[in-house]
Design a protein around this ligand. Structure first.
Ligand code: PMP
Length: 376
């Protein structure tokens, strides 16, 4: 199979990640729970992963790195941990349902939100965010890179504007972590949510919440942490505040190895590789008069490794089924859990065919896809 669905989860994982995951699932005791050597060793390994993530993402301290199941859990921890009736939130029109659905659920309890229309012109996007702020705006949420269109939003500038107004900001880095530089401290991101299983090349079932201002969040899950056990109160210090119950130890060890892979390969090289492939695909598809491309040609630094398009009047699901069945090519069609982003480009009815390479994708694989589209 030619796998071009890395925006859903990266495949293959690096050999080192596969090995680490397999070893960890055979050898570990429960970390942070018991006073024996095996438990200490597991805690130490988890802490190492926290240190690596804190360094890579400018978390400020390893304790600000909280492990979650995926990006969705991290986003819920922020949204539900922070907002209550009467609060207002500003979000972009590129948000995933990981953001929209928890907000919609809270809207039934008196939380309101405004969806800002983003633009190719960063200046316009920035002023649209500014114009949407209200006196009761408690949080701004912006995705870093659209999971449908690959468009990178000016999150650093939006964060600087938020900081002028004293409003916290949460970044959804689902498609950017491991690909674009993210430094929460330098950029003033209060919360960064990310999966471990995409651009960090870790296993599914892993995610990270970088919580630079954990004091702003209440907990959404409470339970055993292995610390302060006498008290019925959940510890109020991170990461224990947000990590109850036995962690996904094998997943975290796999993620730790994924972070090593990203660090040694470097996000800049990963981005350069993916950008080269999406630009190449864009140029190739642009020659096919039946293909509709919605965004400008992917430009280095302005887009991530995601490109979506449609073919003739075909529904995107039909195109994906054809690629899968006739050519063994895996892409994702439909709405990609991001209806707002499809509304923006008028593709709510057809969806779009999404191609997302990884560091392991080759030019030949991209050319095979383009040839298959030509033959439709
Ligand atoms: N946000 C965006 C922008 C995404 O692309 C995704 C995954 N498609 C998510 C959030 C949710 O990530 P996860 O599946 O890890 O919860």
């Amino acid at each position: 199979m030619i796998y071009l669905d890395n925006a859903a989860t990266t495949y293959p994982k690096p050999q080192s990640v596969r090995r680490a995951l397999a070893n960890a699932s055979m050898t570990a005791a429960n970390p942070g729970r018991s006073g024996h050597r095996m438990s200490f060793a597991a805690s130490e390994q988890i802490y190492r992963c926290r240190v690596k993530a804190a360094e890579l993402f400018g978390a400020g301290s390893p304790e600000n790195v909280c492990f979650t199941l995926n990006c969705t859990y991290a986003a819920n921890a922020v949204i539900k941990g922070m907002l209550s009736s009467g609060d207002h939130v500003v979000i972009s029109d590129m948000e995933h349902n990981a953001v929209v659905r928890p907000l919609h659920a809270l809207s039934k309890q008196g939380v309101s939100y405004t969806v800002v229309t983003t633009s190719e012109d960063d200046e316009k996007t920035l002023s649209a965010f500014r114009d949407a702020l209200r006196t009761n705006t408690k949080l701004v949420i912006c995705t870093h890179v659209s999971n449908v269109w690959g468009i990178k939003l000016p999150v650093e500038r939006i964060a600087a504007m938020c900081s002028q107004y004293g409003i916290p900001i949460m970044i959804d880095a689902a498609q950017s972590a491991g690909v674009f530089k993210i430094n929460a401290q330098e950029s003033g991101f209060d919360f960064v949510c990310m999966p471990g299983h995409k651009g960090l090349y870790g296993p599914m079932g892993t995610g990270l919440l970088i919580a630079r201002r954990p004091e702003l969040l209440s907990t959404t899950i409470e339970g055993g942490t292995g610390s302060a056990s006498l008290s019925p109160e959940q510890p109020d210090f991170p990461p224990d505040k947000f990590e109850s119950g036995t962690p996904n130890y094998p997943g975290i060890i796999g993620l730790s190895s994924g972070l090593d892979f990203v660090k040694s390969t470097t996000p800049a090289r990963i981005l350069a590789h993916e950008a080269q492939l999406t630009s190449m695909l864009y140029d190739r598809l642009a020659k096919n008069s039946r293909v509709t491309l919605y965004t400008p040609r992917p430009e280095k630094g302005r887009s991530g490794g995601v490109l979506s398009f449609n073919v003739g009047s075909y529904n995107s699901e039909k195109v994906a089924a054809y690629l899968n069945e006739k050519h063994g090519i895996a892409v994702r069609a439909g709405l990609h859990c991001a209806p707002l982003a499809h509304k923006h480009f008028g593709t709510l009815e057809t969806g779009a065919v999404r191609v997302s390479p990884s560091y392991f994708t080759t030019q030949n694989e991209i050319l095979s896809l383009a040839r298959a589209i030509d033959r439709m």
